[in-house]
Design a protein around this ligand. Structure first.
Ligand code: HEC
Length: 116
């Protein structure tokens, strides 16, 4: 094997290892996030424990997470964006209070409210 090729391959191996190391780290960090606790703390003025709007939430026109039509039409990206940036006059943004990992952890929780 010529030297240049050897160098390219070794660099690739190092890069791949580094990527898997960091992605493993972020999954372990995500596992430590208690999404239900975050939801109960930050969301439950408007979204109740079962994913339905609270009485206060109803006045604002809060989304019903048990509605299958909504579940199907909403992408994960849209959910993340809503939590991050909020909706004007309806829902406050959470980017100041929640990390990207915490917001990511809320997505499967919101999905779990879908009627089975
Ligand atoms: C002050 C009340 C309020 C709080 C607190 C609140 N929301 Fe909302 N949320 C709303 C309203 C109102 C809507 C409907 C907004 C709209 O139609 O754009 C909504 C919609 C959503 C949607 C659906 C967005 C879409 O694209 O259809 C998601 C997901 C969501 N909220 C998640 C959360 C999460 C997670 C939290 C807590 C971190 C939270 N909300 C806290 C009022 C609230």
């Amino acid at each position: 094997m010529n030297k240049k090729r050897f160098f390219v391959i070794t660099s690739l191996v190092i890069a791949v290892n580094a990527i898997s190391y960091y992605s493993e780290m972020s999954t372990t960090m995500a596992a430590k996030i208690n999404a239900m606790k975050l939801y109960n703390k930050h969301c439950n003025a408007c979204h109740d424990k079962k994913g339905k709007p609270t009485d206060f939430g109803k006045e604002l026109g809060t989304t019903d997470f048990t509605d299958m039509h909504w579940q199907i039409s909403a992408t994960d990206e849209k959910i993340v964006k809503q939590i991050t940036d909020g909706a004007p006059e309806k829902m406050m943004p959470f980017k100041e209070n929640l990390s990207a990992d915490e917001i990511g952890a809320l997505v499967p929780l919101i999905r779990s409210f879908a009627k089975k």
